[in-house]
Ligand binder design. Structure first.
Ligand code: SF4
Length: 372
């Protein structure tokens, strides 16, 4: 069985970029006028500069397709950071090994304390997050955390270091539902520059992680690129190509896409390429028009205004009131050592109310383990 690497290696970054920028208005209209079965060339047209005059049309189509598949709902989840220990150097992350910060990993009692805090806010879907530190937050730690959380949530996702297939199988037995693993950038040389040390520096091990997840039978896989490290259009093309490949190869699995933006702020890595609000809307609509099944997730990295504006344009999943430090909800609520700054600081109830004000329903649980 082949892996995504075999497909990826057939593409040249610069040629892909040139072909996106060469798309014409005719290509965009062709993509918009198809009734279904849009392909990766259509996706290229929809993210190209040629599509910018069609944004309103794209937004209307994206809205309609999302309503047909997902109805007027937004799924709610909350990230729960269990550890900020990390042996990787990533140029854009507050937990990077070379940052002299206090490191902490939650104990069983502290995990339970955090669970109590997010359950009290109404969450039934949780995303457990750790850095990459095999000795402290390896498979045994994750298995134990899943076993603690499993009886208390309907749906548990993780965003942790990439693992081997048998390790994912172990975690599935402990209650794992979904795994998010973002490639950050599909540009090999830039990837190396931003991940100079640690296991994460192995580009192809990360690239083939979704294949290992598919083979292990993980129920949902989340993909994405960190927008700003490289040309967002080319990185998004490779993300869509990855999605397309995985859907065909592991057709029983569900998929989600995230679009984290590297935001310019003082003291942190500045984006090499900015993606404006308008361009991010274009990208969200392009993903939806390209793929009607995929979940599209928007985190609190984005502002209240932006999230309110794009709620109806294709997004299906929101986090709210997120803390990006371990123990941030209850154990260490004053801690300022966050992985990244969030923009939307509203309470869970305020976000839920604004979803209702837009005529949508916040969904706290849309999945039950008895259905699997
Ligand atoms: S992005 Fe992940 S792997 Fe990289 S430093 Fe941050 S926590 Fe570690």
């Amino acid at each position: 069985m082949r892996n995504f690497k075999d497909i990826f290696d057939q593409f040249d970054w610069n040629e892909v970029t040139d072909s996106i920028y060469a798309k014409t208005r005719q290509d965009v209209e062709l993509a918009l006028n198809k009734s279904d079965n849009r392909d990766i060339e259509d996706f290229k047209a929809l993210i190209s500069p040629a599509a910018t005059p069609y944004l309103e049309q794209m937004a209307q189509l994206s809205n309609r397709l999302t309503l047909e598949r997902f109805g007027k709902t937004i799924q709610m989840y909350v990230p729960m950071y269990l550890s900020n220990e990390c042996q990787n150097i990533c140029t854009y992350c507050g937990f990077s090994y070379d940052n002299r910060i206090e490191r902490t990993t939650l104990t069983d009692d502290q995990i339970q304390q955090e669970i109590n805090a997010v359950k009290a806010k109404g969450y039934d879907h949780v995303l457990l997050v750790t850095g990459e530190a095999n000795k402290t937050v390896g498979v045994d730690y994750l298995k134990n955390a899943l076993e603690i959380a499993n009886p208390q949530f309907s749906n548990i996702s993780i965003e942790v270091q990439p693992l081997d297939q048998d390790e994912y199988e172990t975690l599935l037995r402990a209650g794992l539902y979904a795994v998010l693993v973002y490639q950050e950038t599909y540009h090999k040389a830039e990837y190396k520059k931003h991940h100079p040390k640690g296991k994460k520096s192995k580009f192809y091990y990360r690239l083939d992680t979704p294949d290992r997840l598919g083979k292990a039978g993980v129920h949902k896989i989340g993909l994405g690129a960190l927008l700003g490290l490289e040309d967002w259009r080319t990185d998004s093309f490779f993300t869509a190509l990855h999605l397309d490949y995985l859907e065909k190869q592991y057709w029983k699995t569900k998929y989600s896409i995230s679009f984290p933006r590297l935001r310019p702020y003082e003291g942190c890595l500045q984006p090499k390429v900015n993606i404006s609000d308008r361009e991010l809307v274009q990208l969200i609509c392009a993903y939806r028009i390209f793929n009607q099944e995929v979940e599209l997730s928007l985190s609190t990295r984005e502002s209240e205004t932006f999230r309110n504006n794009v709620m109806k344009l294709g997004v299906t999943t929101f986090s709210a009131e997120s803390k990006t430090n371990p123990g941030g909800y209850s154990v260490y609520p004053q801690d300022t050592l966050e992985q990244f700054e969030i923009s939307d600081e509203r309470s869970t109830e305020d976000v839920a109310q604004s979803i209702r004000d837009n005529g949508y329903e916040p969904v706290w649980k849309d999945w039950d383990r008895s259905l699997v």
